[in-house]
Design a protein around this ligand. Structure first.
Ligand code: RTP
Ligand code: MG
Length: 137
């Protein structure tokens, strides 16, 4: 089942020069294609839409500060079961709980600075793609 997903390499991944490492892992999966890719400093208004479900949570204000702290890389990736697949490559939210071999497990230690976002469902993917790439409907 071909799908599309919205992926963000968070500002920690860009600061630590891990763009190639992370994009490389995605590219090496058979049959997946990057159909959009942009380096950009995310605006608060855009992130407020993206993280609407987390408004009011204690981690929301520091998350917004972190996500606007420098450039990020935003991508659309397409391919077979790519939604579940990129989340499997990323590993669980907490990098210490993430297995070595996963992106978060290999490179992260801090829950907030966990390197990557990937849509968690088809509905989320379509919603998030519209937020970050309004022209890619
Ligand atoms: P994501 O949406 O980024 O793929 O991550 P997720 O589903 O694994 O995690 P979620 O619960 O949706 O949280 C979104 C992002 O907020 C930061 N976070 N900080 N307790 C904390 O300090 C905390 N909890 C979450 C992380 O950057 C997480 O990816
Ligand atoms: Mg999430």
């Amino acid at each position: 089942m071909s799908q599309r997903t919205l992926v963000i390499l968070k500002p920690d991944a860009v600061r630590r020069n891990l763009i190639g490492e992370v994009v490389g892992r995605i590219e090496r999966k058979a049959g997946w294609t990057i159909s959009a890719l942009e380096l950009r400093t995310l605006e608060r208004e855009v992130l407020e839409q993206h993280y609407a479900e987390h408004v009011g949570k204690p981690f929301y204000p520091p998350l917004m500060d972190f996500m606007t702290s420098g450039p990020a890389v935003v991508l659309i990736v397409e391919g077979e079961r790519v939604i579940e697949g990129v989340r499997a490559l990323a590993g669980p939210t907490d990098p210490i709980a993430a297995a070595p071999g996963s992106i978060r497990g290999d490179f992260g230690t801090i829950v907030r600075e966990n390197l990557i976002h990937a849509s968690d469902s088809e509905e989320s993917a379509e919603r998030e793609i519209k937020i970050f790439f309004p022209g890619a409907a």
